[in-house]
Design a protein. Structure first.
Length: 130
């Protein structure tokens, strides 16, 4: 089982991809809680020039609440991370964590059902970007 699923967007800029991902996440009930700019961080902390690479921490509050109610340590796996990165040809790749692969590490059948629902939502986000 792959730990992520992805798509490549060749006709949008990096910033447009961030906007599209955020809008598609919202349609599925997710908000972006965190945004980590790896390019900026590597430059500031390591003086390394790096490609555009952003990690969006997406959360669907209803699912997060259900998951934490079922397994109170599951917060270690939250939020669901979405990566937006630009390659040398300026194509933008968007990758989402596979919640089923992530939750399979936790022995709790109730979480498996939630992970299946979350996976469907995140796959729609990725599909709708293309």
């Amino acid at each position: 089982m792959n730990y992520y699923f992805n798509t490549v967007l060749s006709k949008v800029s990096f910033d447009e991809a961030i906007e599209k991902v955020t809008a598609e996440l919202k349609k599925e009930g997710f908000g972006v809680l965190t945004e980590i700019d790896i390019q900026k961080t590597f430059k500031a902390k390591l003086d390394i020039d790096f490609k555009k690479y952003r990690i969006l921490g997406a959360c669907n509050p209803q699912f997060a609440h259900k998951a934490i109610e079922v397994e109170d340590k599951i917060g270690a796996f939250l939020p669901c991370n979405i990566i937006v990165q630009q390659d040398v040809e300026n194509a933008v790749e968007v990758s989402a964590v596979n919640p089923i692969a992530m939750m399979s590490r936790v022995d709790n059948k109730e979480l498996t059902g939630l992970a299946i629902e979350i996976e469907a939502k995140l796959k729609r986000v990725i599909k709708n970007l293309g």
